[in-house]
Design a protein around this ligand. Structure first.
Ligand code: HEC
Length: 191
C-alpha cells in the first residue's frame, strides 16, 4: 500500500514537471536546435491545437461549431499563430543543428532508433527540403489562424485533422527515413 502511494506520488510529480515543461514560455531563450524547437515549441503548440479540436469534434470527425465558445476560437487562433511563428523560426534555423551535444532525443539508445548523428546527416544532405517542409507547417498554422479568426469550423476542422500529416512528412524524411522501407512493406505507406 505504502509503496503504491510513493509510486503514485512520484508519477504526479513527474506529470507536473512534464506539463510545466510543455508550456512554451516566451521568456525561454530562442531554441538553437531542431530538437529544442520540437520539445519546447512545436509539440506544445500542436497539443494546444489538438486539445481544442478534440473537445469540439463532431460525429463526422469535423468541428462542431456549437461546441466552440468564443474563447475556444480565440485560443485556437493564438495557438495557430504561435505554431506559425515557431515553424517560421524553425525554417530559418541557421546553422541547422539537430540536437545540442549531451541532450537526449526520444528513443535514443533503443536498438534501431535513429541517433542525433544520423538526423544531423539527413539535415545536411537535404537542407532545402527541410526548410520547405517547415514552411508547409508555417502555412498550415497561418491558414488555421485565418480559419479560427473567421470561426470557419469546416476549414479549421480539416486543417486540424491534416496537421499530423504535415508533422509526419518531415519526420519521415529527417527523423526516421530508415524506417520508410519498413513502413512501405507493412502497408503503412503507399509504395
Ligand atoms: C520541418 C521538419 C519537421 C516538422 C514539420 C515537424 N518536425 Fe518534429 N521532429 C523533426 C525532427 C528532425 C525530429 C528528430 C529530432 C528530435 O527527436 O528532436 C523531430 C522530433 C519530434 C519529436 C520528438 C522530440 C524528442 O523528444 O526527441 C516530437 C514530439 C515532434 N517532433 C513533434 C512534432 C509535431 C507535433 C509536429 C507537427 C505539428 C512536428 N514535430 C513537425 C522535424 C520536424
Amino acid at each position: 500500500m505504502q509503496k503504491t502511494y510513493v509510486y503514485m506520488l512520484a508519477l504526479a510529480v513527474f506529470a507536473a514537471g512534464c506539463s510545466k515543461e510543455k508550456q512554451a514560455e516566451p521568456t525561454k531563450p530562442e531554441p538553437t536546435t531542431v530538437h529544442e524547437f520540437m520539445v519546447e515549441r512545436i509539440d506544445p503548440d500542436a497539443d494546444a491545437i489538438w486539445a481544442i479540436g478534440n473537445a469540439a469534434i463532431s460525429e463526422n470527425a469535423s468541428i462542431d461549431p456549437a461546441l466552440m465558445t468564443d474563447k475556444n476560437w480565440t485560443d485556437l487562433k493564438a495557438a495557430a499563430d504561435r505554431m506559425a511563428g515557431h515553424a517560421r523560426a524553425l525554417e530559418n534555423l541557421d546553422p541547422l543543428l539537430a540536437v545540442k551535444p549531451g541532450m537526449k532525443i526520444a528513443d535514443e539508445g533503443t536498438e534501431g532508433a535513429p541517433s542525433p548523428a544520423m538526423i544531423q546527416a539527413h539535415l545536411e544532405k537535404d537542407t532545402d527540403v527541410f526548410r520547405a517542409l517547415a514552411d508547409s507547417l508555417t502555412t498550415h498554422g497561418t491558414d488555421l489562424s485565418a480559419a479560427a479568426a473567421k470561426k470557419d469550423a469546416v476549414t479549421a476542422g480539416r486543417l486540424i485533422n491534416e496537421m499530423d500529416g504535415v508533422c509526419e512528412s518531415c519526420h519521415l524524411e529527417f527523423w526516421y527515413p530508415e524506417q520508410k522501407e519498413l513502413m512501405k512493406k507493412m502497408g503503412l505507406l503507399p509504395e
